[in-house]
Ligand binder design. Structure first.
Ligand code: XIL
Length: 323
């Protein structure tokens, strides 16, 4: 983080699953976190199922705790996320909503959550992962019930909620994977940005998740050209969830580590080369022991900057070299 900031980035950050898991009391882990990272993204604490477990019953305890830790560490926070297909509460997914009623649910969730956390958030991922690889909207309770309008309304409500509390500086982001290289999905994001602006609705930035596979990481040219196309559209960009996983064991051979280091270097470098409007780089956890990868992709892992005994890997030094 110190290096990244000295090179004009706002941060080199990490996701963290605080509180409620082993991380919260693991002092060795927290020490590495505090020393190396200047931004923290809550891996779970602010998601719908935790913040509004039952309709109009809000619980911000975990999110507040996360922010307390981040502020203690002088780390900024990308708040994550408001409207997504996953990790929803049962009352959302198990009800047969009219479009009007679900729009009210979405509006209430956005207003209450955004206004509670207020300017403690640097930014919000307002809509998360809305698109399929061909650039069309993915099926979700939001899209299936409300149609495309849900996307535009989500940003409108976030903007209005912030304006109401005088916190207009909190940035509004769209966050997704598969938009790190040129293609129909990245094009669709640009199209949605244009449509938001045509409707007079604010969007400030695009989060490029960057969940990559060792040896299959998009080239510097591809990663750079997509970032530039967003920046040309007057958007900030950020790498928001970088990790580079091994698609199969073993995870710790010398050759594998070298390739992984190259892949991290390429990705971090693309943000440096893109200039100041690539505002920062966030890894989706820095520690193999706490990575989301093994539980999501069976048999895969070793994706992070530190191994499962908290030793820095070549990827760590390559990232430091890249910034
Ligand atoms: C993941 C978390 O890391 C896991 O702990 C959770 O079980 C599932 O979600 N894209 C996103 C993140 O935008 O919210 C996801 O986080 C990883 C993929």
């Amino acid at each position: 983080n110190t290096l990244a900031q000295s090179r004009g980035k706002l941060w080199f950050g990490t996701a963290a699953d605080i509180p409620g898991t082993a991380e919260t009391t693991d002092t060795a882990y927290l020490d590495v976190l505090q020393k190396n990272f200047g931004e923290m993204t809550p891996a779970n604490a602010m998601k719908f199922m935790y913040t509004e477990p039952e309709q109009n019953v809000f619980n911000f305890t975990e999110g507040d705790y996360f922010l307390d830790v981040a502020e203690k560490y002088h780390a900024r926070v990308r708040c994550h996320n408001l409207v997504w297909v996953s990790q929803l509460s049962e009352f959302v997914t198990a009800t047969n909503w009219t479009a009007e009623a679900l729009t009210q649910v979405m509006k209430n969730h956005i207003f209450r959550t955004v206004q509670h956390f207020g300017r403690r958030c640097y930014s919000w991922d307002v809509v998360n992962e809305a698109l399929s690889s061909d650039g069309t909207f993915s099926a979700s309770v939001w899209y299936d019930t409300i149609g495309e309008d849900y996307f535009f309304l989500a940003y409108k409500y976030a903007q209005e909620a912030l304006a109401e509390i005088g916190a207009n500086e909190v940035k509004l982001y769209y966050n997704d994977y598969g938009i790190e290289s040129p293609g129909p999905k990245a094009d669709a994001v640009l199209q949605l940005v244009s449509e938001l602006r045509e409707r007079g609705i604010r969007i400030d930035g695009i989060g490029l998740e960057s969940h990559f596979i060792v040896g299959e990481t998009p080239s510097l040219a591809d990663q750079l050209s997509t970032k530039k196309s967003f920046i040309q559209a007057n958007l900030d960009v950020a790498i928001t969830e970088l990790d580079v996983r091994f698609s199969e064991a073993p995870f710790y051979t010398a050759a594998g580590q070298q390739q992984q280091a190259t892949d991290y270097y390429t990705s971090v470098n693309s943000c440096m080369e893109a200039g100041p409007r690539c505002i920062g780089i966030t890894v989706w956890d820095f520690d193999d022991a706490f990575s989301w990868v093994p539980s999501t992709f069976a048999g895969q892992g070793g994706a992070d900057l530190f191994n499962d005994t908290l030793q820095a890997k070549p990827a760590y030094y390559a990232s430091a070299e890249a910034v």
